[in-house]
Write a protein that binds this ligand. Structure first.
Ligand code: MN
Length: 255
């Protein structure tokens, strides 16, 4: 298990990777469950992910209440994170984004499904959550726990839920897994759109998805989630002048 300072450093790296890979822009956020308190999570104060530093990380209770002595302005949509940690004890990290390539799949009846082996962790068919079904006309933003819990129910036991006319939320058993799935979710959405223009698509089968996930989950330090993380961390660090990512990327636990 990671120590708190190491996990905070990884969370900063996750923010930089997601920005560098175009998953998040000025909006979107990534959290990780507290390593010692299962009923808390770590998340930046309200800030564009690319700007996040270790000193911006705050602790929240699962209901979204800030736990630091002098809390700074939180993300409005932090309830997404706590509601998923509450519903899914095995989930250790959550990414919420307005990734543009997935939005077409959230507003049509064409399901997002994995077309490439690297994208298997998105699951066999990605569900779409629509705030309007239960809450009527809203801003579409997940601004309280009832909305967060409804979204968590939409996620079910999966790794990804699309949000109609809004974006996507990804859950992972580790920060590296959640970041991996969030990046490849965007890749899959683009590839599926291109493939659909050519003709009928042969998607990955549930059996193929299970085998790929098993292999990724069992990955050693230079394989799977860790290998992708180290690569993306290096790219993001280069753009940041080497400020983040490299040291902890090599020391990290598998998966
Ligand atoms: Mn949002």
């Amino acid at each position: 298990m990671s120590t708190l300072p190491a996990l905070v450093a990884d969370l900063v790296t996750a923010n930089r990777i997601l920005a560098d890979q175009g998953v998040v822009d000025a909006f979107g956020h990534v959290s990780v469950r507290h390593p010692e308190h299962q009923d808390r999570y770590l998340l930046s104060r309200a800030l564009s992910p690319d700007l996040v530093e270790a000193s911006d990380i705050e602790e929240y209770a699962l209901d979204g209440a800030p736990l630091s002595a002098a809390p700074r302005k939180p993300y409005l949509e932090r309830f997404i994170h706590g509601a998923i940690y509450e519903a899914r004890p095995e989930v250790q990290a959550v990414v919420h984004s307005h990734a543009r390539s997935v939005v077409p799949f959230s507003v049509t009846r064409r399901p997002l499904r994995p077309v490439m082996h690297s994208c298997a962790t998105i699951g066999a068919e990605v569900p779409v959550w629509d705030a309007r079904r239960r809450f009527g006309d809203t801003s579409l933003l997940v601004c309280d726990m009832p909305m967060g819990r409804d979204l968590a129910a939409g996620l079910g036991e999966g790794t990804v839920v699309l949000m109609r006319g809004h974006g996507a939320t990804v859950a992972g058993r580790s920060l590296k897994e959640a970041v991996y799935t969030a990046v490849y979710l965007e890749v899959n959405a683009r590839l599926q759109m291109e493939a659909a223009a050519l003709g009928d698509i042969e998607f990955l089968s549930p059996g193929e998805i299970a085998r790929i996930r098993e292999r990724l989950g069992a990955g050693a330090a230079a394989e799977g989630y860790s290998r992708a993380w180290e690569y993306w961390a290096r790219l993001a660090a280069r753009r940041h002048g080497g400020a983040a990512g490299a040291p902890e990327a090599r020391a990290g636990a598998p998966g």
